[in-house]
Design a protein around this ligand. Sequence first.
Ligand code: CTP
Length: 411
Amino acid sequence: MTPTLSSRRLLLVISGGIAAYKSLDLIRRLRERGARVRCVMTRAAQEFVTPLSVGALSADHVFTDLFDRQDEHDVGHIRLSREADLIVVAPATADLMAKLAGGHADDLASAVLLATDKPVLMAPAMNPRMWSHPATRRNRDLLAADGVRFVGPASGEMAESGEAGEGRMAEPLEIVAAIEGLLGEGRRLAGRRIVVTSGPTHEPIDPIRYIANRSSGKQGHAIASALARLGADVRLVSGPVAIADPAGVTTTHVETARQMQAAVEALLPADAAVFVAAVADWRTGNAAGEKIKKVTGSAPPTLTMIENPDILMGVGHHARRPALVVGFAAETTNLIANAQAKLAKKGADFIVANDVSPASGIGGSGVMGGDRNLVRIVSATGVEEWPEMTKEGVAERLAAFIADRLEAVSA
Ligand code: CTP
């Protein structure tokens, strides 16, 4: 096992849910990778797993009580909250999320979370109705705005009720990947310039009407953020989206495919370029300079479409081609064959292929605009399947993958 977390100190907060049993496996997986894991358990967590088993697996004292005089004397909750590199809450119950969102600190777990100056990663686990309740959604958004990071929850059947839906805790290995991503194995991409495209393009019909698509920009923006967290100098070229510019990234806003192409080419040379944007394949060849007026009784206007430049293909075959060129492909049929054909044609090193067919389980409208994604990495050497994850999860893992590939190219 590669010690990817060697000498990393993690504080694992276990709150009370049936998923607490998975925390035992999580501790084991983290220690296998060299991490030092110290645990805090809420009172409810101790109804599901015992401090004895948690202590045996973590090989450390387990902290359970804010008012334990010995613990407060020996370590103290403030020190406990600061000594770790990262605090992981797994499982994070609706109650603990609500407490932190509201700034409560009436037990050790909430006090530690409120007192820390370290990043916090939560792996929520709860009944699907509790997860989709507006109060929980609100708390999740508040916590995310406060900088708390999330992994999962996943969809699936609940252990206790058999009910299906979103709310199952992310699998231990997915949490490990999120931790590795967050701790960033340092700033592996420091000194690298990476261009990312994101969002849709708008192709005008006249000054007020345009042709667009359902891309939200969520995946592309998440990738830009994840690359920036690894230290890259990220230049994001975004089509019109409703989400905020990612922090720590330089963003250029464009509308049309041709503007996006010009912005991307002006950013070369770069070490890598990641093309996530859903660029319109066509624009109207006869965009009107004035608003087209409706004339009752006469024939509606005809739109003539002409092909847009392929930005990825242009960069893939460019004289100043970046060392690593990554494309995306949204397919409903022949996912792998189509992605492989795109690789060669567009001059990409690998393609992140999305299955947007209803059979993918996420569904066409599910990926476009939604929060989750199911991807495969298609390169000349083969196909790598990734499990279904949140778009942040895909971004985190892709950033690490890009860092690996760039290191391999420069080696
Ligand atoms: N892309 C681009 N410029 C375009 C069209 C696509 O840079 N004008 C990029 C996208 O950002 C994505 C990749 O190319 O990384 C794949 O786009 P897609 O639309 O799936 O491929 P197409 O070549 O349009 O193929 P098809 O429409 O046949 O699926």
